[in-house]
Design a protein around this ligand. Structure first.
Ligand code: FES
Length: 568
């Protein structure tokens, strides 16, 4: 009897430690049961709801905002510091800081994100990774002339090209028979729940080996779902997807392949593999067809990945007679220089400022972000994505903001925001923070502004990229006047204003008229490798003719970096 009572008591205690919750997103409402004391972020993750957590749940970025009611922990100083008073009054909490103490309800708004899927690419002849032949009433599929699959009837021959960015993912469903892109899908990288940047995601893997399998599962599931949805849109079967080409930065490719990338984050920063290799797509759970293959694009180095190789191949820069700069700005500014003597690469640690991280009112390029700022009739005007209430400022807006501040004299060449009495007719745009330091008011009504610390982050980022450009030119024995064109790749490149980028010194002014944005060049390259023989051959050889410069130990880079920190 006593034994039974003890068991009952144990059971009662165990049940007491569980609580009920309701989670509302834009798409669904679900009921969850979870342990008391867990953070909301952990509970959401356990239930498959992936909230962006740029600082990896360390309570420092303030971006994991959710609206909560019910029994949760009281707000503490660190969390309160990252929220506005009105937000706290409205029940907004940081999911990584807020702990469950009883039954609760949480709402998550998912803002739509701008993701670039369009691109410009050089043409190539159709010669798909998997070739199809009709033999009587059978369809035969060949890879490099070897029969890999026979199916009854006239089966489609489909492929996926996948660009896995740290923040966003683009998937292209291609018809390998006709060489056309049938449908595209773009979405946030679900691994963002493990941190905004590659270092946070590696950090999670180093602390818990299960995080590698979990991050691999998240990306393979998301790509598979995107493929199924794209096939559904065209009335096709996902089982007919027979090949996929995947590109991303070196860390993203490792995680997608289920290979531990930890060594990339620790000296001497070497990658376990640089890919340019085939894997079983079904084994890695990206595709369904058991014969399907998955090609991982070649990476140049630990910090110059397969996305850059694909982008350069798509632009025909793997073998180019002109001197062309290729720039892809993300957390790292990855820079390539194509010359008749070979390819030069570097990766400038720009930091996440242009993605809105580490900026007080920063946010990614989603609805509500101020993305353009200009001077009009003596007034500073702005545009926000979705044209709704401004909630913050994204990378393209930051570049414009600094350009406008320089133009109006609100920022001096050292990066100091002037005081109100120095601001002349623009004095209304200057205010002071609680320490008395000047801040630049972009939208006073909605409290969107830039601080001196924000300007410092932008200075560091722009100086790193600009100094990287000069360093590659120096390695190749070239000067700015030798550059025939500048290719800006990626979504960010498509949205920034060229004049502003040159005004703030992100790109040398002498190159302004030579800049062309090409959209998602990495995605274009993945499509080209899937469908074209010459792009596939280029992928096989591109790393052989490349020269990688590690900037952290480069004296010329350091000298230029310090020089470029200033504004003109
Ligand atoms: S503050 Fe919660 S994830 Fe950064």
């Amino acid at each position: 009897m006593l034994h039974k009572i003890m068991i009952l008591e144990k059971w009662r205690k165990a049940m007491d430690s569980y609580v009920n919750g309701t989670v509302k997103t834009d798409e669904k409402t679900i009921s969850v049961r979870c342990e008391r004391g867990k953070t909301l972020l952990a509970v959401l993750r356990e239930n498959g709801i992936l909230l962006s957590a740029p600082c990896g749940g360390n309570g420092t970025c303030g971006k994991c905002r959710v609206t909560v009611s019910g029994a949760v922990s009281a707000i503490e100083a660190q969390e309160a510091h990252l929220l506005h008073e009105e937000e706290i009054e409205a029940g907004i909490r940081l999911a990584c800081m807020c702990r469950i103490s009883g039954d609760f309800m949480v709402s998550i708004e998912k803002a739509a994100m701008r993701i670039e899927t369009d691109y410009r690419a050089v043409p190539y002849d159709l010669s798909p990774m998997i070739a199809k032949k009709k033999e009587g009433d059978m369809s035969e599929f060949y890879r490099d002339g070897i029969l890999v699959e026979r199916v009854l009837g006239d089966a489609a021959n489909l492929g996926l090209a996948v660009d896995i960015g740290t923040t966003t993912v683009a998937v292209y469903l291609c018809d390998m028979e006709t060489g056309t892109v049938l449908a595209t899908r773009a979405f946030r990288n679900p691994q963002a729940a493990y941190g905004a940047d590659v270092i946070s995601r590696i950090d999670k893997i180093m602390k818990d080996k299960k995080a590698l399998a979990e991050q691999q599962r998240l990306i393979s599931n998301a790509v598979r779902e995107a493929g199924i949805s794209a096939c559904g849109e065209r009335g096709l079967s996902f089982a007919d997807v027979r090949a996929a080409v995947l590109c991303g930065n070196t860390v993203m490719e490792h995680i997608a392949a289920g290979i531990d990338p930890s060594s990339i984050a620790n000296a001497p920063f070497t990658a376990p593999t640089l890919f340019g290799a085939y894997y079983s797509a079904a084994e890695l759970s990206f595709l369904e067809n058991e014969h399907s293959i998955l090609y991982f694009a070649p990476c140049f180095a630990s910090y110059v990945g397969g996305d850059i190789a694909c982008g350069m191949i798509a632009q025909g820069l793997d073998a180019c007679a002109d001197n062309v700069l290729y720039i892809d700005i993300g957390t790292n500014g990855e820079i390539g220089l194509s010359t008749r003597n070979g390819l030069y690469f570097c990766s400038a640690a720009a930091g996440p400022a242009f993605e809105g991280a580490h900026i007080e009112c920063g946010m990614s390029g989603i609805s509500g972000a101020i993305d353009k700022i200009s001077l009009k009739d003596g007034k500073i005007v702005f545009h926000s994505i979705g044209s709704g209430t401004p909630l913050g400022i994204c990378g393209s807006g930051l570049i414009d903001a600094v350009a406008v501040m320089l133009e109006t004299g609100l920022l001096d060449e050292t990066g100091r925001i002037v005081e109100r009495d120095e601001a002349g007719k623009y004095a209304a745009y200057i205010d002071e923070d609680e320490t008395g330091a000047s801040i630049f008011l972009i939208d006073k009504e909605h409290s969107v502004y830039l601080t001196g610390k924000d300007i410092r982050e932008i200075q560091l980022a722009k100086a790193a990229i600009c100094a990287g450009i000069y360093t590659l030119l120096d390695k190749a024995g070239l000067s700015l006047s030798d550059v025939s064109s500048v290719v800006l790749a990626g979504g960010f490149g498509s949205h920034i204003d060229k004049a502003s980028a040159c005004r703030i010194g992100l790109i040398p002014r002498e190159l302004e008229d030579k800049i062309t944005a090409v959209g998602n060049a990495a995605g274009a390259g993945a499509v080209a490798i899937l469908l074209g023989g010459s792009p596939r051959e280029a992928a096989r050889t591109i790393c052989d003719k490349s020269d990688y410069t590690e900037l952290s130990g480069d004296a010329y880079f350091m000298e230029k970096y310090i020089e470029e920190m200033m504004f003109e």
